[in-house]
Design a protein around this ligand. Structure first.
Ligand code: SF4
Length: 260
């Protein structure tokens, strides 16, 4: 059954908790999902729904659709604060991701030079130099790290690349450099009878150590906001997120933005 959220390559603008008036770009199929993770909280549903039949849009199609939509919004006087890559899976999996970023930056400069380009990325492709270079060219490379403990990443994010481990992703995030915005979703619940919880003191200690090693200057903390495929997952109260954020800032110096 299709549960994807996005049925268009260009969608919105939508009002984002974190990014303001955000025009979305979905590089994955419009009728299925492709991701190197299969997070229990994924708003686009589980990977089991399949990749659909439409395939990923080509670089030329994305450029044309984005240009047309930006021209339309500009003519109507509508604000665009950010152009955000997210959607039905992991955008950096697209084989022309780097070229699409270059096209997007050019279209942004043409129509909305003040707008930011943001990419929500799950950090699994940071071992590819062309992906890293493209992410460094955008204003906001928002890179996921949900846990610094392998068993928790496996339980919550369910990576499907063999050999993926927390140590490797922390190393790749450290190599990325100061522009990285590290994003962590905090939640707790159960899945298949096992507890999944990245809000425990042990988890927060490990995350803080990872942010320190990464040299993170900015961290985004958030919790679930919409119904999740694993329905037992809970929103973590704002006060708890604020307390975690205060610890992160005190112990690493990172600026922490909380949405929740
Ligand atoms: S990384 Fe993002 S798109 Fe992929 S499964 Fe997780 S939440 Fe969904």
């Amino acid at each position: 059954m299709q549960t994807v959220m996005y049925t268009d390559t260009i969608f919105g603008p939508i009002r984002s908790r974190r990014l303001g008036s955000s025009l979305g770009v979905n590089l994955m199929p419009n009728d299925g999902k492709i991701c190197t993770f299969d997070c229990l909280y994924c708003e686009a549903g589980y990977n089991a729904q399949g990749p659909g039949k439409s395939g990923m849009p080509s670089r030329a199609t994305v450029a044309r659709l984005l240009s047309e939509r930006l021209a339309e919004l500009h003519a109507a006087g509508q604000p665009v604060d950010t152009i955000t890559f997210s959607g039905n899976g992991e955008p950096t999996v697209h084989p022309d991701f780097a070229g699409i970023i270059d096209d997007t930056l050019a279209e942004r400069d043409r129509f909305y030079p003040e707008a930011q380009v943001s990419v929500l990325c799950n950090s699994t492709m940071l071992d590819r130099p062309e992906v890293v270079e493209a992410l460094r060219r955008v204003d906001n490379p928002i890179l996921k790290l949900d846990s610094a403990i392998d068993s928790t990443i496996r339980a919550l994010d369910r990576p499907n690349r063999p050999g993926f481990c927390a140590e490797q992703v922390i190393g790749n995030l450290a190599d990325f450099g100061p522009k990285a915005i590290v994003q962590t979703l905090i939640t707790r619940g159960t899945h298949d009878g096992a507890v999944v919880d990245n809000s425990t003191p042990e988890e927060v200690d490990a995350l803080i150590e990872a942010y320190r090693r990464i040299g993170a200057r900015r961290v985004m903390l958030y919790t679930i906001d919409r119904p999740t495929p694993e329905r037992s997952l809970q929103r973590v109260p704002r006060a708890e997120l604020d307390a975690i954020a205060a610890r992160i800032t005190a112990e690493t110096g990172a600026e922490v933005e909380v949405a929740g």
